[in-house]
Design a protein around this ligand. Structure first.
Ligand SMILES: [Mg+2]
Length: 289
């Protein structure tokens, strides 16, 4: 961050035009990553918080007619809810665990929209796993159970598509040994993905695929175009799934190679961009300046 308060779009007319064009579509989906996109990285992942104005502008966008807003993260849904403070009343869809969990089921309206397609695969608690993934999950559960037998103070957490081994509070040498054993399991099975955290190793059988998530959200919302903002490798699948030629707007946050059509430098500029979107949407004629 430069300390420069100027909206990033001020010296990026192409991005300004793209935001205006996107905002003019009748029904739009605004989907954003959390870590690195809304929230700066911090050493303790549970201390990560969105930058000032980020949650406010998401709520403002979600209140607009024809706008669906989603936060798409690899974080567990409960953690995502805790970090953002976003609840059902905000009208914002939270997608956690790379698409395995959402808060959609909380809204109690599945019956009305159950025939839209895609939505059923994003309901809280519903399984997204195919037979192969289900078998992998069973194997991983057995392996981690064996580790827990060796290190009885460790705790297992069963999730819809993952098992997490928690080592918080263990003697450091025991925690290190249990963690190493869990990481080794993750490396041994090609269809198992490792998500290390603070005092936890999570082994998931659901391939991180934000492209699948974004397509399902767009179908469920019945949107004409999608804006996706993300900073990381997993966000590239979302960029790849979208098509700027047909009105989608893809924006990479920060440096690095990307498939996204546009780029902003940091989280503050994400807030600027979203505020510009809201301004265009509220008043298409007067927001050019
Ligand atoms: Mg990120």
């Amino acid at each position: 961050m430069t300390g420069d308060d100027r909206p990033v779009t001020e010296d990026n007319p192409q991005l300004r035009i793209a935001v205006a064009a996107f905002a003019s579509r009748p029904r739009v989906l605004v989907a954003v990553d959390f870590d690195g996109t809304l929230a700066p990285f911090v050493i303790d992942p549970l201390q990560a918080r969105a930058v000032p104005g980020a949650l406010e502008v998401l709520r403002a966008a979600a209140a607009l007619s024809g706008v669906t807003v989603a936060v798409v993260s690899g974080r567990d849904l409960a953690t995502l809810e805790m970090l953002t403070g976003i609840g059902v009343q905000d009208g914002i869809t939270l997608v956690g665990s790379h698409g395995a969990q959402t808060n959609l089921g909380d809204q109690g309206d599945q019956g009305q929209e159950g025939d839209r397609g895609g939505r059923g695969s994003l309901t809280r608690g519903a399984s997204l796993l195919d037979a192969e993934a289900t078998a992998s999950l069973s194997v991983v559960r057995g392996e981690l159970d064996a580790i827990r037998t060796r290190y009885p103070a460790a705790r297992l957490e069963q999730k819809p598509a993952a098992v997490a081994l928690h080592t918080r509070g263990l003697d450091p040498s025991v925690a290190a040994a249990a963690t190493a054993a869990a990481l080794e399991v993750g490396q041994r099975y090609p269809h198992v993905h490792v998500m290390p955290g603070k005092d936890v190793v999570e082994l998931t059988v659901l391939e991180p695929d934000k492209g699948r998530v974004v397509r399902a959200l767009a179908r469920a919302a019945g949107s004409d175009a999608t804006l996706y903002l993300g900073d990381d490798v997993t966000d590239e699948k979302a960029f790849a799934a979208l098509d700027p030629a047909s009105g989608d707007l893809t924006v990479k946050v920060g440096d690095g190679e990307t498939l996204a059509a546009q780029r902003v430098p940091d989280q503050i500029s994400v807030v600027h961009l979203l505020n510009l979107f809201v301004a265009h949407r509220q008043n298409p004629d007067n927001s050019q300046t």
